[in-house]
Design a protein around this ligand. Structure first.
Ligand code: GLN
Length: 546
């Protein structure tokens, strides 16, 4: 049976619990343990799929088609373990299941209550799908004290009694603020937060104290005393130079040692092999050059909205040993009459149009594609970005003046239109414009067949079939393929049945690739995605020309 590590957060949100969970899992993995990480989200949405990126950041899509919290992206990037639907649960999903059961009469007349029905459902989720893992890490979203996280904390309390003694550990992440007027770090918020947790019947075993200044021994001892935790288990977590430095830094502070000591495993544990993390940090912190990539999108005010994209670009930089400077550009500025697109885009060594939804900014994105095509600047279009590349090609190289997407309203030239039917592993899927929005897109891993001798097949190391993750409701309309190809676009990747365009490229351009899927979701610092590695290589080439 797996051992369970629960991770809660106190004092404030945004303490980096997700990164902490991912880093701890990576450290355990480096000692040879098999790990899995799960996220419990207390909000009432069934999944984050329908939330605005400004509310929630990116929606991370798994191979099995779940729309999940962006922390699952950190988990995957740090451990290489593919996340699954069973790794993310929300209060909304728990209640949806319970209410469906209640309506079916499954509770046989019982009164349905938070305890035990909601807590049982949360526990069942935590215990489900364990395989042969050594550790399951469960991160609880939100901050201790939130009303909506109470059933999750209660479920942990119960689980700690249900599971065998010494099989669970609770790591509480807190903030130790520095008050500059007093020149002191303050432990009181941590004490209060632990008191809140213990009042719910849950005693933390390890405290990870986020701080901007080193935590003196006296303060560490005070936290240990007031919070009923061993002094060695009060871990200092200073801000790291980058997210990639976090595993090594937390190891240096003894986090993994303390967790293993708690389980009585430290003596027998192997020392961790951290060579890959040394290499990652070295590549990140000691680049030998720099490229600037312009990302022309919509949610540019919140980098979390493009979390995986940002990381995949960094990984592409690591693969080429260069720093990637990202310039986030709001596509709408290119729609104003006085906008000077050349002045904005000329300094870019590569232009990327990312995924997105809705009409706003689409003309600005199309204008950016045109700039990249005409000026021979490396171009990478992802999902909506590929659709924009096809509309640009249709209008300006295939003579289809009114080319547009039905996502933006009625059009006589639907170069991009809604997908009404496609084959999935579960069989034929059908959709229409009236279908519910939640969970109904073409989601998760689908295969694509690559054309021989295409640029993408070369990028994928000569592969002829690939699998990538999707999240879209519209597709490039195959009825226009021939005319688009006459304009110079080549459809070099198609769904295995030959019906859905998956990849376009322009052989007459130094580097111009559009993909209907999201390659950024599968990029890892220790295994940069080949499309990002090659895009950055092309940008590096471009930087030597300008
Ligand atoms: N809005 C487009 C669609 O639904 C693109 C989606 C995306 O970029 N993820 O097809």
């Amino acid at each position: 049976m797996a051992r369970y590590i629960f991770i809660t957060g106190g004092v404030v949100s945004s303490l980096g619990k997700g990164l902490m969970a991912a880093s701890l899992a990576a450290l355990l993995q480096a000692r040879g343990y098999k790990v899995r990480i799960r996220k419990f989200d207390p909000y009432l949405n069934v999944d984050p799929g329908t939330m605005s990126p400004y509310q929630h950041g990116e929606v991370y899509v798994t191979d099995d088609g779940a729309e999940t919290d962006l922390d699952l992206g950190h988990y995957e990037r740090f451990t290489g373990v593919s996340a699954r639907q069973s790794d993310n649960i929300t209060s909304g999903r728990v209640y949806q299941d319970i209410i469906a059961k209640e309506r079916r009469g499954d509770y046989l007349g019982a009164t349905v209550q938070v305890i035990p029905h909601v807590t049982d459902a949360i526990k069942a989720f935590a215990l489900d799908d364990q395989d042969d893992h050594d550790f399951i890490l469960c991160e609880i979203g939100g901050t201790v004290g939130d009303i909506e996280s109470l059933p999750f904390i209660e479920a942990i309390r119960q689980l700690r009694n249900d599971l065998p003694v010494d099989q669970t550990c609770l790591v509480h992440v807190t903030l130790v603020p520095y008050i500059s007027a007093a020149g002191e770090l303050k432990t009181k918020p941590t004490q209060h937060s632990v008191r809140e947790l213990t009042s719910l019947g849950v005693q933390p075993n390890v405290l990870l104290c986020r701080c901007e200044h080193p935590l003196p021994e006296t303060e560490r001892a005070k936290i240990a005393l007031f919070c009923n935790v061993r002094k060695d288990a009060v871990i200092q977590a200073l801000d790291a130079s980058s997210i990639y430095a976090v595993p090594l830094q937390y190891h240096g502070e003894g986090l993994d040692d303390e967790v293993l000591r708690h389980f009585g495993l430290l003596e027998a544990a192997k020392s961790p092999d951290l060579a890959i993390w040394d290499d990652i940090v070295d590549r990140y912190e000691n680049p030998e050059g720099e490229v600037t990539i312009g990302v022309v999108g919509k949610y540019v005010g919140l980098p979390d909205a493009y979390k995986s994209l940002n990381e995949a670009l960094v990984h592409g930089g690591m693969a080429n040993r260069v720093k990637v400077r990202i310039k986030w550009i709001d596509a709408e500025i290119f729609e104003q009459d006085d906008s000077d697109i050349a002045a904005q885009l000329e300094p870019m060594h590569g232009i990327l149009v990312p995924g997105g939804f809705g009409e706003r900014g689409s003309e600005g994105k199309i204008a950016s594609v045109r700039f990249a095509r005409e000026r021979n600047v490396p171009f990478f279009g992802i999902c909506l970005g590929m659709q924009m590349a096809c509309i640009e090609g249709a209008r300006n190289t295939a003579g289809i003046d009114g080319a547009s997407s039905t996502e933006f309203g009625a059009t006589n030239e639907p170069v991009v239109g809604i997908i009404t039917e496609w084959m999935s592993k579960e069989g034929l899927q059908k959709r229409s414009a009236d279908t519910d929005l939640g969970g109904t897109m073409r989601l998760g891993a689908y295969e694509a067949v690559l054309a021989h001798n295409s640029q993408v097949s070369q990028i994928y190391g000569g592969a002829t079939q690939i699998s990538e993750r999707h999240r879209h409701r519209y597709e490039v309309n195959s009825a226009y393929m021939e005319r688009l190809e006459a304009g110079g676009l080549v459809f070099s990747g198609m769904s295995p049945d030959g019906l859905l365009p998956e990849i376009v490229e322009r052989p007459d351009h130094p580097w111009f690739v559009g993909v209907q899927f999201h390659p950024e979701l599968k990029s890892k610092p220790f295994d940069p995605h080949p499309l990002f590695a090659r895009f950055i290589a092309a940008a590096l080439q471009q930087s030597r020309l300008v």
